[in-house]
Design a protein around this ligand. Structure first.
Ligand code: ATP
Length: 367
């Protein structure tokens, strides 16, 4: 299957908009790469340059190691799926799927067989005679997928293919699409602004902001060890707690992270203590996910922060507690917390186990 390599790729539109700023990224053979980022960050422009629908202003696009900057789209061995499906309304489902085969001159019997195979893999074998207008949104998207798959491309490019569907169908189709693509083993670049989609479907996620690539890694890597403060704050719901702290390395070899009136203690044998030690005397940003913090009774021993509950938010499967700890507000996953007094009444509460101060700190505080 096709590999993709972007080398220092920049795209500046004629009006001066820098849509993509010096991006380098590799997509390996058979890999499912998701480009993730907010609207306007340049994801689609990257995809369109891989497709050959936009020319890079500078830099190189390589397909299978060969420079492809001047290769026309039709010679790139790619298939694209967009959010608006773009089916031909006057053609039956079967003819829609068969269309790319007709264009490339595959004869009728072989065409019929391939269409039947693909339709059955996608669970739309019984609607081949219908027109697109007679299908549900999910079925239409399956047809669009079918039309992309049928030519057996070396590379799939998908731009928000699920964003026009309701949330239940989206969740169902994202599992189907990633399962199918993996079965076919086709390298894929998939664009979305939906982090749940990115984290559940991707082999690796590339996160962009304002045209700049921020981080690339497996979902576990970018979630657990984000490369930049932006990625730390962007991924995850609730948002990661980001606290400014001053680092003190004590002579008897332990580290405290001073948060104002309170401090977190890291014994020297904790790898995180050594990771921050060279910031002695400096202000840094400490990242803590809500699920890494455990609410305990106020008088509990150990590494405890005291906080005052501002409010609780119930989400069915979990509850979140929003706390003030001195000058800072943080959020804690409150599931299974011991009840001490009035839960929502503002009783002082501790938060124990700083179990996930990020090993690689997201960056220094700007303050
Ligand atoms: P979305 O999720 O909203 O589709 P995106 O991350 O895919 O956003 P792009 O469509 O790649 O973003 O656009 C990146 C930037 O380039 C945006 O600021 C956009 O307005 C700008 N842009 C896109 N196409 C053009 C164009 N033809 N001329 C000028 N600016 C453009």
């Amino acid at each position: 299957m096709t590999t993709v390599a972007l080398k220092d790729v920049t795209k500046v539109f004629p009006d001066g908009t820098v849509a993509v700023d010096n991006v380098s990224l590799d997509v390996n053979d058979g890999e499912f790469m998701v480009l993730l980022g907010p609207s306007g960050c340049g994801k689609s422009t990257v995809l369109r340059m891989v497709a050959g629908l936009e020319d890079p202003t500078s830099g190189a696009v390589l397909l299978d190691g060969e420079l492809a900057n001047d290769l026309p789209p039709r010679d790139r061995g790619i298939a694209m799926v967009f959010q608006d499906f773009a089916l031909y309304p006057h053609m039956t489902v079967g003819n829609n799927i068969a269309f790319p085969l007709r264009l490339s001159g595959v004869e009728e019997t072989a065409r019929g067989e391939r269409v039947a195979d693909v339709a059955s893999a996608l669970g739309i074998g019984d609607v081949l005679a219908r027109k697109p207008s007679q299908l549900s949104g999910g079925q239409r998207q399956r047809v669009a997928m079918g039309r992309a798959i049928v030519r057996r491309p070396g590379l799939f490019l998908m731009d928000e293919p699920l964003s026009n569907l309701d949330s239940g169908l989206r969740a169902e189709l994202r599992a189907e699409i990633s399962g199918l693509v993996r079965e076919l083993g086709v390298s894929t670049v998939y664009v979305t602004h939906d982090q749940a989609e990115a984290l559940t479907m991707a082999d690796r996620v590339a996160i962009m902001r304002k045209g700049v690539l921020q981080d690339v890694g497996t979902p576990t890597q970018v979630y657990g060890r984000p490369a930049t403060l932006y990625v730390a704050a962007f991924l995850g719901s609730p948002r990661m707690n980001l606290l400014e702290a001053t680092v003190y390395v004590h002579l008897d070899r332990y580290v405290t992270l001073n948060l104002g009136e309170q401090a977190l203690y890291l014994p020297w044998d904790d790898i995180r203590a050594r990771a921050v030690a060279h910031y002695h005397g400096e202000r840094i940003v400490v990242g803590m996910r809500a699920e890494a913090l455990t609410p305990v009774a106020p008088d509990s021993p150990g590494d405890v922060l005291q906080g005052r509950i501002r409010y609780l938010e119930h989400h069915g499967h979990e509850s979140l507690a929003f706390l003030d700890i001195g000058a800072t507000a943080i959020v804690v996953d409150d599931l299974g917390a011991p009840v001490t007094g009035d839960r929502a009444g503002g009783a002082g509460r501790g938060i124990r186990r700083l179990s996930q101060v990020m090993q690689r700190l997201a960056g220094r505080a700007t303050a």
